[in-house]
Design a protein around this ligand. Structure first.
Ligand code: MN
Length: 713
């Protein structure tokens, strides 16, 4: 069993001058509260936090991490309270210990493999201090080292969880030695036969491989000596689990796995790395496409190295990695290497720049000077665009950041979303628009009478929720127009002394349905409600009444309405409804850019007014419908402007040419001159949007003698 004095010695060596008193105190406290507890191995419980602390001390972490490691199980397993930890050891230690406790409390049924990725991400996201994860990894490492003391079933569960969750997290953080130890131990327990087979095969070829290692090392070392480059050449064996996954994924026999042994050359500078690579490629023929430059393009977890595969001295392929000492340190401890520098040293700017990933982490932490500060500011924010939440049954669901209970409800099932009336987050009722956070437990409340609301569209984040809500509104709008259409038909038919309900099932009506291009009578009635067809048109079909005379319209009205009728949907979209007749209020002449509201009118579709229009304000709210400008349309809309000016020769011509130079059509023009030679000219011009209108107004103002230009409401 490791002793506290060993840990303190390591810490003193790695952190000269640092105050290690906190480690002493944490040890004494931990020993006191764990007193009497025994591990399955028969050892006193304290041996576990000591081992975990020892692993972190070896990783050169700071005294706070090591103290927290000594205390990592006290909240979970003893009577100690978080408040007490805070009072004795301070906020930082308490925060880390609570974080570890929080993660320990999560239990995963990791047999559900497809969820493993979400769980890993949630795990990382829940720990807002990366030291929480490092302690958790060291904790798991020691538990795996002592797994033999558990019963078979428990052993299997822990090993599977390690393989699914912890090993990939270690890899994500670039701590490869932990990753391979976790994988290999889990492999041993999960697939003992496969493990043993590989073990034996590796052992069988060992004498021969040792010889190869000696030969290759000898040749490279000699070359380095000639070049006067100091460096170290290592031959190493591929991990059993890596051999196994390679055989499995590439369907290879053991004999075909050529990189059972690999070589690593550790040098001092980057330029030496490339120089030595050149010499290796001259010595032995490189294999195409097997060369990877992770120095030029580091992996996201900061890993840097040159990888090459060559045809070695005996004709076999050999894999060689070339890296600097600094890179080797990072490759071994990943993210941990970044603050494990000796006190007083700065985080190297150049290093930070190279590692884009770290740079992202510290994006908002400009000018970080010392490792301590860096450490305090680094928060795990690896997956900024996702949140991971639980169902009441403990299943993990992944949603985009900013998602709400409504998104969650639709993710569970469309019907759950459609009937959703409220939500409980962590047992408490919350507004539906509240954003969910990673780790939240979400429970949706539904009611038979529940239904989506248009407002939900303003806060939902997922495509599924959005499209399902829209779909529902569309169906609802159709039902509304059927009842409106029926009401209108009944009234109009009654006026003609006809009984609409009685006629619905007649032959004539069926042929009218076909004539107007619909499949069912409901579709026809709905189109009356939408205003696409008038009840009178139906009456004419089914009762063969003579045609009515068109009401009188001015020329301009005819022109405008004929343009409108050709493209009923042009320019404006009614939310949730396609293909509806749109008219524009002549009273206020809306133009793209204006705020607008729609009104369902009887038999005339939807009329669009400016939101500020007096006429619009007087209409009943239940006929109101949300509309918005269709951004893709570039149609021209009529708008009336008044130009006041002193009269002069050619004035009108100047105004007209200014308007057409700005690509607007003139629908009508009228001029009044009074006795003081003041002219008021009125133009109806066609503009694309309010910006276009402003440009025209600005240009007209520049014309000589013009006093003022304004839009007429
Ligand atoms: Mn533990």
């Amino acid at each position: 069993m490791i002793r506290i004095s060993d840990i303190i010695d390591t810490m003193a060596e790695n952190n000269p001058g640092a105050d290690l008193d906190i480690i002493d105190r944490a040890y004494i406290y931990s020993a006191r509260v764990h007193d009497g507890q025994v591990r399955l191995s028969g050892e006193p419980y304290l041996s576990h936090p000591l081992e975990v602390a020892g692993i972190l001390a070896d990783m050169r972490l700071d005294p706070v991490s090591v103290a927290a490691a000594l205390l990592h199980d006290v909240i979970e397993d003893t009577h100690a309270e978080a408040d007490e930890i805070r009072a004795i050891f301070g906020q930082e230690v308490a925060h880390i210990v609570s974080g570890v406790t929080k993660l320990t409390a999560l239990t995963f049924d990791s047999s559900r493999k497809r969820e493993a990725e979400s769980i890993r991400k949630m795990f990382l996201a829940m720990a807002d201090d990366i030291r929480v994860i490092l302690i958790k990894l060291a904790d798991r490492l020691h538990n795996m080292r002592t797994l033999q003391f558990h019963k078979e079933g428990k052993r299997h569960k822990i090993a599977q969880e390690t393989l699914d969750i912890y090993a990939p997290i270690a890899a994500r953080l670039g701590i490869y030695w932990i990753k391979s130890e976790l994988e290999n131990t889990a492999f041993l327990y999960l697939m003992p036969e496969e493990h043993q087979q590989i073990q034996q095969q590796v052992a069988k070829g060992r004498p021969e491989r040792e010889k190869t290692i000696e030969t290759v090392r000898g040749i490279i070392t000699k070359k380095l000596d000639e070049m006067k480059i100091p460096g170290e050449v290592l031959g190493r064996y591929k991990q059993n689990y890596s051999i196994y996954t390679k055989m499995l994924s590439q369907n290879l026999a053991f004999e075909d796995v050529y990189d059972i042994i690999a070589f690593r050359i550790i040098l001092q500078t980057i330029s030496q790395c490339y120089e030595v690579l050149g010499h290796i490629h001259t010595l032995w023929k490189p294999i195409d496409r097997k060369f990877k430059d992770y120095i030029g393009r580091p992996k996201p977890n900061m890993y840097q190295s040159l990888h090459t595969t060559v045809v070695g001295p005996s004709g076999d392929r050999i894999e060689i990695q070339i890296r600097s000492e600094e890179m080797d340190k990072v490759a071994k401890s990943g993210i941990a290497a970044h603050w494990s520098y000796k006190e007083g040293k700065h985080v190297d700017d150049r290093v930070s720049r190279t590692y884009a990933w770290i740079q992202d982490l510290v994006e908002n932490q400009a000018n970080i000077r010392d490792p301590q500060e860096f450490l305090e500011n680094v928060r795990i924010d690896l997956f900024p665009d996702e949140v991971h939440v639980f169902t009441p049954n403990g299943d993990v669901k992944t949603l985009p950041k900013g998602a709400t209970s409504v998104d969650f409800a639709y993710l569970i099932h469309s019907e759950v979303g459609n009937l959703c009336t409220g939500a409980k987050v962590n047992g408490r009722l919350v507004p539906l628009h509240k954003e969910l956070k990673t780790g939240d437990i979400v429970e949706v409340i539904t009611a038979k009478s529940g239904h989506p609301s248009k407002d939900w569209l303003s806060f939902v984040k997922t495509v599924k929720a959005r499209s399902r809500i829209r779909q529902w509104i569309k169906i609802e709008a159709k039902e509304r127009s059927i009842s409106l259409g029926r009401e209108m038909c009944e009234k109009a038919f009654r006026k003609e002394k006809l009984n609409f309900l009685a006629m619905v099932k007649t032959e004539e009506m069926a042929s009218a349905v076909k004539h107007f291009g619909f499949r069912t009578i409901d579709d026809l009635i709905a189109s009356v409600g939408y205003g696409k067809i008038t009840p009178l048109q139906i009456i004419r079909r089914v009762a063969a009444k003579p045609e009515e005379e068109e009401p009188h319209f001015s020329f301009l009205d005819k022109l405008i309405s004929s343009v409108r009728k050709k493209k009923p949907k042009a320019g404006v979209v009614v939310k949730g409804v396609d293909d509806i007749l749109i008219r524009f209020g002549k009273c206020c002449q809306p133009v793209p850019g204006d705020e607008i509201t729609g009104y369902i009118t009887r038999g005339a579709g939807v009329t669009v007014h400016r939101s500020s229009c007096v006429n619009a304000l007087q209409m009943t709210p239940e006929r109101q419908i949300d509309v918005e400008w269709n951004q893709e349309m570039s149609e021209k809309y009529p708008v009336k402007i008044q130009v006041t000016s002193y009269d002069r020769v050619g004035l009108l011509a100047d105004i007209v040419s200014s308007i057409s130079k700005n690509n607007a059509n003139i629908f009508s023009a009228k001029t009044d001159t009074d006795e003081n030679k003041m002219v008021a000219s009125y133009f109806t011009v066609g503009v694309v949007d309010t910006g276009h209108l402003r440009r025209i107004v600005r240009e007209i103002r520049k014309i000589r003698n013009v006093q003022g230009v304004r839009r007429i409401e």
